[in-house]
Design a protein around this ligand. Structure first.
Ligand SMILES: [Zn+2]
Length: 181
């Protein structure tokens, strides 16, 4: 494997701790797989941070956090494991970042860490510009009607959104766009 890897020591001390807590039970430390995941994670968050910053510029707002803080935020949420919307398991290969209140639906403070939610890749794609509360309500209503149909609809929503996100790629549309599954 030819990797220009981020040295473990180069990580911020707190980040190193959270990375260890998350990764140790999953990958052999210092191995190729772990380095590959670490670099991929850094690249993914760098992309998300750029996307959020660019979108913030449209609203004349800058994020109130830095890239390292965003990585810490995600690692902390991944340690918790469960998607806050659907309780599905999240992981390095299955998470996305969305706004609780989407820019355009609020006057300000959208680009603050408190307005960001780390959720599973499927919810990240399907939620769109709904608020977190609205997305929870819709899922609850669907589940009450028919749990199987609810799951099918969510998967269909994800698939549809993924197509839209691919079309809009590069235009800084939504932080949900980089979710991996
Ligand atoms: Zn979810």
């Amino acid at each position: 494997m030819n990797l220009k890897s981020v040295p473990f020591e180069a990580l911020d001390q707190l980040e190193r701790f959270h990375w260890l807590v998350y990764v140790r039970p999953r990958f052999p430390l210092g191995g190729d797989v772990e380095r590959y995941e670490r670099d991929g994670f850094k690249r993914l968050i760098a992309g998300e941070y750029r996307r959020i910053s660019v979108e913030g510029q449209k609203y004349h707002e800058a994020p109130n956090f830095c890239e390292v803080r965003l990585r810490l935020f995600v690692l902390e949420k991944l340690e918790g494991g469960a998607c806050p919307y659907c309780t599905r398991l999240m992981g390095l290969a299955n998470f996305g970042l969305v706004y609780d209140t989407s820019p355009g639906r609020a006057f300000s403070h959208c680009f603050q860490l408190a307005n960001l939610v780390c959720c599973c890749g499927c919810c990240a794609k399907a939620k769109g510009s709904l608020s977190g509360g609205e997305w929870l309500d819709i899922q609850a209503a669907l589940k009450a009607a028919d749990p199987n149909a609810a799951h099918e609809m969510k998967v269909a929503l994800c698939a549809g959104r993924a197509v839209v996100v691919r079309r809009m790629a590069g235009r800084g549309s939504s932080p949900g766009g980089a979710a991996r599954e």
